[in-house]
Design a protein around this ligand. Structure first.
Ligand code: 3HC
Length: 335
């Protein structure tokens, strides 16, 4: 999608007040920032951090669902799950390509992940124990992803915003795939309804954590919103997600595992909204520090894939070098 020759590093200018003000004016005027444009180093760094974390999340996110492909209960479910996992791989690739336009290589990003310098979404640190978990992931995790990612289609950085348009279309298919699994289970036997409720019980709170720490502890939000990388705060997207999802749970006949969940007609400027119970931020901090229930397995799988693929990268580099020297020979002969 984007050439690595667009090495954004060349676009850094000295950061005088005038330069920063001019840059902010472009942002405020809703102009898209493109790879070769001058941009503050902090803007570039924030984007590399967020986009690479997002890319890693898509790729790591293939693991908890991938292990259910062989166990999906019918051919139709298997095909849908296979397509979904394949989409996530594609999302990871668009996002790595978007990050590469900022002058960082895929090797650097992957090494940062494997060495623990880069994060991936907290949600993919939890195990998938039953088929209902695949429904709950599609319904809750993909809904949360859509809520967070639709505003990213208007991100000020062009390559990220454009990648998000396609990703969001595919995420909405994923959400429906998950909801439909939940619906089938909830309309099934008592045992199937129990499986669906158990999956909701385990995935509800981790899904709320996907939106990031509360606004009071979100160290990047203010600057990211000034630069229009983020359009909404973590808490406001989390509230939107809760308002939409609680009603879907009611439709499914499931109980949201939050005894403090309460409708408040005064929220959202009088339109009403749900107040929720306390989120266990200690658990969130543990998970994003690398101590999630499946953290070791997830990173081990990524490390193995990276090491197993070394020969492919080496062969691709050798092929590219050979092609370059053949092209040079040809142009020397013709000149
Ligand atoms: N998991 C892991 N780390 C998280 C996190 C989460 N759910 N939420 C926040 N963090 C980390 C941040 O990266 C930051 O860490 P750092 O400073 O060491 O890099 C720290 O916690 C503080 O959080 P902030 O709120 O200050 O961070 P941001 O402003 O970056 O906001 C975010 C966090 C809302 C997740 C934002 O980065 C974002 O919108 N990212 C793009 C979307 C994304 O990455 N989604 C991941 C899920 S992808 C997915 O779900 C796949 C789909 O197929 C289901």
């Amino acid at each position: 999608m984007y050439s690595q020759a667009l090495d954004g590093k060349v676009a850094v200018k000295s950061e005088s007040m005038d330069f920063l003000e001019e840059f902010q004016k472009r942002i405020d005027a809703e102009e898209k920032i493109e790879p070769m444009d001058a941009m503050p180093a902090g803007y570039r760094k924030t984007l590399v951090r967020q986009i690479s974390q997002h890319a890693h999340s898509e790729i790591v996110g293939m693991l908890p669902e991938g292990n259910w492909i062989t166990r999906a209960p019918s051919l139709r479910r298997k095909i849908a799950l296979l397509a979904k996992v394949q989409d996530e791989c594609g999302h990871g690739l668009y996002l790595y390509a978007a990050a590469e336009t900022l002058g960082v290589s895929r090797e650097e990003m992957t090494e940062d992940l494997l060495e623990g310098r880069a994060k991936y979404s907290s949600i993919f640190n939890y195990p998938t124990l039953s088929w209902a978990d695949i429904g709950a992931i599609g319904w809750l995790v993909d809904s949360a992803a859509i809520m967070n990612q639709i505003p990213l289609c208007r991100c000020s950085y062009g390559p990220y915003a454009r990648a998000m348009v396609r990703i969001c279309k595919e995420e909405s298919f994923h959400q429906r795939q998950g909801f439909e699994i939940m619906l089938a289970l909830c309309r099934g036997t008592d045992r199937q309804r129990e499986m669906a409720q158990d999956a909701l019980n385990r995935w509800w709170w981790p899904s709320l954590m996907m939106f990031g720490p509360p606004d009071s502890e979100s160290r990047h939000s203010d600057q990211s919103m000034t630069w229009k990388i983020k359009r909404f705060s973590n808490d406001s997207l989390r509230r939107k997600f809760i308002d939409a999802t609680v009603k879907q749970a009611e439709f499914l006949g499931l109980d949201v595992p939050d005894p403090d969940l309460k409708w408040d007609p005064d929220l959202n400027g009088g339109e009403g909204g749900f107040r929720h119970g306390a989120i266990d931020w200690e658990e969130f901090r543990r998970v994003i520090s690398g101590f999630g229930p499946m953290a070791k397995e997830r990173l081990a799988a990524r490390r193995k894939a990276w090491e197993d693929g070394a020969w492919v990268r080496e062969a691709a580099r050798a092929h590219a070098a050979k092609t370059r020297s053949a092209n040079r020979r040809d142009s020397a002969v013709s000149s």
